[in-house]
Each structure stands twice: as C-alpha cells, then as structure tokens.
Write a protein that binds this ligand. Structure first.
Ligand SMILES: Cc1cc2nc3c(=O)[nH]c(=O)nc-3n(C[C@H](O)[C@H](O)[C@H](O)COP(=O)(O)OP(=O)(O)OC[C@H]3O[C@@H](n4cnc5c(N)ncnc54)[C@H](O)[C@@H]3O)c2cc1C
Length: 455
C-alpha cells in the first residue's frame, strides 16, 4: 500500500491551490475522478461558443508539476482509524494527513419530473457537453431556474445561441445574493431587451413529459411549453429534444462519503476551524465542502465560490508547512456580466444587512472615464455600513466597465477593518480613459453620501 504525507480527495481549485503551495515539500497525491479539472467560471461562455469547450479544461500539469501524484479514481470510503482510503477501482492508499476537498454538488429540487431527459444541472464536463449536444440536436427553448450569477450567465448564453430563453426565479429581482433590486433595474431591462423572458417572483412546480421534458409548470400563471399547439394536441413530436431545463439554484457540500461517520458535519458542510482542521486529528477540509462563517457577521454563511476555495487551499498548504496563519471567513466578493453591465458586490446587500443591523447607506453615480471621453459609461456604487460602528458591511457596483478591481478595493477595506468614514480621504488615481475626473471618485462620493436608512 502506498502511503502519502498528504493525500487530497478532489481536484478542484481548493486542491490545486493546496498542492501548488506545498510543492515538493511533502509526498502528496491528489485523487480526482474527472478527465479534466474545469475552469468552471468559463463554462457558460463555452455553451455560448465564445470559448472552445476544450479551453475550459485545466492542464493536469497544474498538479503534477508541483511534484504531487495525480490519481484518476473516486474515493469510495475513508477509514479514519487505519488512516486509509479505498477507491472505486479497488485501490487502497494510506495517509499521514488527509485533506478533503470534495467540493459541492448542484441542488436539484425534489419536483415531479426532474429526472426526465432534458433536465440538467450545470457543474461537470458531462453537464456542459450534454447541454451543448441538446442545443446542437435542435433544442429551441430553454428554461433556466435560478437567477444567480450562473443562471444569468447561462441564460445569456442560450439567448446568444438563438434559443427562446426563460428565467424563473423565486426572488423579485436577479442576482439577489449579490445586489439589491434597485441596482439592477437597467440590467434587468437589458436582459429582457436581449430576448430573455423573465419570470421573477415565480417558482417551478413540476416538469411534465412525454418521455422527455415538454412543459414547465410554474407556481403561478401559464406553463412554459416546449411544443407548439399542434404537436401538443396530437401528442406527437419528433425525437429531437425541443427544450432544456437547467437548474442553477445553488449547491450543497459534497459530504455523502462521510454521512454517519465520525467526521463532524454541519448543515452547510464539514466543520473546520480557522486552520482548516476537522474534529479528527490529521484530517483537514477546504473549499466548497466546508461550512464556515461570514468574516463580516461571524454567522454561518454560504460561500461556495472559487475565490473562497483558493485562499482556503493556500492557507492550509502554508499551515501544513508550519505557518500560523488562520482563515477568517467568507467576504464573498463576486462579479458577473449582464448584457452591457458589469455587476459585482462584496459582503451584505442592503436587504440582507437591514435584517440584523441599523444601517446607513451611501450611493454614488459617476462615469467610468472622464465624462468628456467618448467611451464614458455610467457607474453606480452603493455602500452599506453599520450605523453605530461605521463598519462597512457590504458594497455593490454596476458599471459599464469591469468592476472586480473596485470590488477588491472594497473587500480589502472590509477585510482590514477600515471604518467607512476613513474612505472619504483615501488616495486614488485618475486618468481620462480609466476613471472619473481627479475631483471625485466613486467610493469617496458614496462615503460622502452616507445617511441613515430607516429600518
Ligand atoms: C458554472 C459555474 C460557474 C462558476 N463561476 C464562478 C465564478 O465566476 N467565480 C467564483 O469564485 N466561483 C465560481 N464558481 C464556483 C466555483 O467553481 C467553486 O466554488 C469551486 O470550484 C470550489 O472549489 P473546490 O475545489 O472546493 O470544489 P470543486 O471544484 O467542486 O472540486 C471538487 C473535487 O472533488 C472531487 N470529488 C468529489 N467527491 C470525490 C470522491 N469521492 N473521490 C474523489 N474525488 C471526489 C470532484 O470530482 C472534484 O474534482 C462557479 C461554479 C460553476 C459550476
């Protein structure tokens, strides 16, 4: 039996950043079932055919160049006493330290018809290939359930591919965990202008069939039909799928392997401390499979993002080599693109913050460049802070230019505890192509506009 100083279950961003940090300093192996690790964030753009599907595949050398061994297999059980894992192919490996990086699986709600051909989730290479194949085989309609970033990016891909595209979302707005509804009114209007049919404040109640999904029943109003009236009446249609349904309604930590065992699990995943240690000595967990708190509220929070998984992997790698650094929790800086709009945010939205804080809010609208420049586009920022302490709780930005740098600046302010009032005097740069006039700055402007918001 081969034994490793560090054995990693999973080959996603958490695992890769861990082995890149460890390098050859420990005898390490990564066990991963897939043909390729994926650049998940680019998957919607492969469906859109903006990037070739093969470009979403990561190179195995990202793992093997670090000196780690890559084992293509699935772990079927873990024996925490014997310090071994068994795999689907019948192999057994020993470990001194075990790192669980099994990620999360997409949720598929228990609705009638979700098992039908033509119904998908969107995470794996197989999902991506099956959805692309359904479009190539003639699907003309798509229903995306969930208007989070993945759902919205996928819906735009379907529109671009010429499908009649419907988006069904429980919330009254899009991207409800990233931005408040008032921030994305224009983006929503642009989505509709592009051709997406939005069913906000609606749920899917059932999927109906004749051998494959043919009708999506909604919680209210008319169902979405994939067949025209004549076909529906005759009960006949050709063999090609007419429509696809993709559920993008969130993910759940992949912990099935550990159910009923000694590993401590919480409602959102494997319980770890700031050093990524589980309740079992020598066993660690990182990435989407763990449960952790928001670094802003200290309360358990969802944080299934690559930008959380990667720092956890890096931090554990450093800790295994002797560093004393500790993980503080999720900030959830994230961004997406809706039509011409770059949309991003960090921390709590106003709607989320007002549930637990007395808040103040500052908003500013400037332009992405000097307004006299022909490229100038609107940019809008909203800051949310705790009224009593002045602690910045969250920020949202919608702009005609990329927003990740602004999201990162504001994440840094939150992470390093800069009171919102101090940001009024932060020192910024300015240039006609790249910012507003030296006289003002979006963040400074929003701080100056801070005012209490009634509960
Ligand atoms: C379409 C899409 C778009 C996204 N866009 C963004 C984005 O723009 N920005 C962002 O920050 N995040 C984005 N995410 C989220 C991000 O991809 C995840 O947060 C990230 O992949 C989590 O990394 P991880 O390593 O923890 O888990 P994963 O990437 O899920 O990797 C888990 C690994 O564990 C393996 N595994 C599971 N069980 C076993 C087993 N029993 N044996 C062996 N291996 C096992 C899996 O096969 C996989 O290799 C997106 C996700 C998707 C699906």
């Amino acid at each position: 039996m081969k034994t490793y100083e560090a054995l990693v279950i999973g080959g996603g961003p958490a695992a890769i950043s861990l082995v890149k940090t460890i390098g050859p300093k420990l005898r390490t192996a990564v066990i991963r079932p897939e043909d390729h690790s994926l650049i998940y964030c680019a998957m919607p753009y492969a469906i859109e055919e903006k990037v070739p599907m093969a470009k979403t595949f990561k190179r195995d050398e990202l793992v093997t160049d670090t000196g780690a061994e890559l084992i293509r297999d699935t772990v079927s059980s873990v024996d925490f006493d014997a310090r071994t894992v068994a795999t689907a192919s019948g192999a057994v490996y020993g470990w001194e330290r075990l790192v669980i990086a099994t990620g999360a699986r997409p949720l598929l709600p228990p609705l009638p018809g979700v098992e039908l051909p033509g119904v998908f989730t969107f995470k794996t290479e197989d999902d991506m290939k099956a959805i692309a194949a359904a479009i190539d085989a003639g699907a003309t309609r798509a229903v995306v359930v969930g208007a989070g970033a993945i759902g919205i990016e996928l819906a735009q891909a379907f529109v671009e591919r010429g499908l009649e595209t419907h988006v069904v979302e429980f919330a009254p707005s899009i991207l409800p965990n990233l931005v408040d509804a008032d921030m994305v009114e224009e983006a929503l209007a642009d989505l509709a202008r592009m051709g997406a049919r939005m069913h906000l404040d609606h749920g899917v109640s059932a999927l109906r069939e004749h051998g494959r999904v043919e009708e999506v029943a909604l919680s209210k109003g008319e169902p979405i039909r994939f067949l025209d009236d004549e076909e529906a009446e005759s009960g006949e249609s050709d063999a090609a799928p007419r429509g696809i349904v993709v559920f993008a309604v969130g993910t759940r930590a992949e912990t099935a392997l550990f159910a009923g065992g000694p590993l401590e699990l919480g409602p959102q995943g494997i319980v770890v401390n700031g050093r990524m240690e589980t309740n079992i000595p020598g066993v660690y967990a990182v990435g989407d499979c763990v449960q952790f708190a928001s670094a802003i509220t200290g309360e358990l929070a969802p944080g299934k993002l690559a930008t959380n998984a990667v720092p956890m992997g890096k931090l554990l790698g450093a800790a295994l080599l002797g560093s004393k650094v500790e993980y503080r929790g999720f900030y959830n800086g994230a961004a997406t693109k809706v039509g011409p709009w770059f949309v991003g945010g960090v921390g709590l939205t106003e709607a989320q913050a007002r549930k637990r804080h007395e808040i103040m809010v500052g908003e500013a609208s400037l332009t992405t460049t000097f307004p006299i420049m022909p490229e100038s586009k609107p940019a809008r920022l909203k800051l949310v802070a705790d009224r009593a302490t002045g602690k910045l709780l969250g920020a949202q930005i919608v702009s005609g230019a990329p927003v990740t740098d602004k999201v990162d600046q504001l994440t840094m302010a939150i992470q390093y505890g800069i009171p919102v009032a101090e940001l009024e005097y932060f020192s910024y740069s300015s240039q006609p192509y790249q910012s507003y006039y030296p006289a003002d700055n979006l963040i400074v402007h929003a701080v100056r506009a801070m005012a209490p918001r009634p509960a």
